[in-house]
Design a protein around this ligand. Structure first.
Ligand SMILES: Cc1cc2nc3c(=O)[nH]c(=O)nc-3n(C[C@H](O)[C@H](O)[C@H](O)COP(=O)(O)O)c2cc1C
Length: 188
């Protein structure tokens, strides 16, 4: 199962359009977890998760972690907001603290899954992506998600704009086809 996490409030979200194209090409069953439709509270740094190995706040963050236990691929699609992730994605990242604790303090062998990230930004400088990439990679490493591909698409300002960017759409299409063919040869 594939989980696609989307982190844009826009109907014509460039990052989501690209990630959905990718998922379509992969051709596997997927769950879309739209962060702007979830109820995810902030981490309150109570550290209770270090004892319970689960956050005491029973909301959609815990639902996401349940999906994650069943997934073999996690796709994260997010715009860049002030060089970082949009607030709902940062809320989920902070709520993942229990995974960091399990992996790095308890040295638990967590199940490994694959990950792909799609970031979009309106600017042009490659440095735009440095902070969000660092944060996203640190987060995914805590979840024991191995990032196989990290897409950074710049110069996307307006909603739906990516529909005109055949080059960007082709990049994700090719990645999707590659994953599909690897999957097919493994199934044979
Ligand atoms: C609050 C906010 C902050 C943003 N900050 C940046 C930024 O720091 N750098 C940048 O290049 N684009 C920035 N953008 C533009 C978006 O990253 C860009 O339009 C992106 O393609 C939107 O992706 P989406 O269509 O999936 O929402 C910002 C947009 C908003 C609404």
């Amino acid at each position: 199962m594939v989980i696609l996490v989307t982190a844009s409030p826009r109907r014509g979200s460039n990052s989501r359009i690209l990630a959905e194209r990718l998922l379509e090409e992969i051709g596997q069953e997927g769950i879309v977890f739209d962060l702007y439709k979830q109820n995810i509270n902030f981490c309150i740094a109570c550290n209770r998760c270090f004892e319970n190995l689960r956050c005491f706040q029973e909301d959609d963050a815990n639902r996401f972690f349940e999906y994650l236990e069943r997934a073999n691929l996690l796709i994260v699609a997010s715009p860049v907001y002030f060089y970082g992730p949009p607030a709902p994605l940062k809320a989920l990242i902070d709520r993942s603290q229990v995974y960091w604790y399990r992996k790095f303090i308890l040295k638990e062998k967590l199940r490994k899954i694959k990950g792909i990230v799609v970031n979009t930004a309106s600017g042009e400088d490659p440095k735009i992506f440095e902070p969000i990439e660092k944060i996203t990679r640190v987060w995914l490493n805590s979840l024991n998600v191995k990032v196989e591909k990290y897409f950074k698409f710049d110069k996307l300002e307006e909603e739906w704009e990516v529909k005109r960017r055949k080059d960007y759409l082709m990049e994700v299409t090719l990645e999707g086809k590659k994953i599909r063919s690897l999957q097919t040869s493994r199934d044979r």
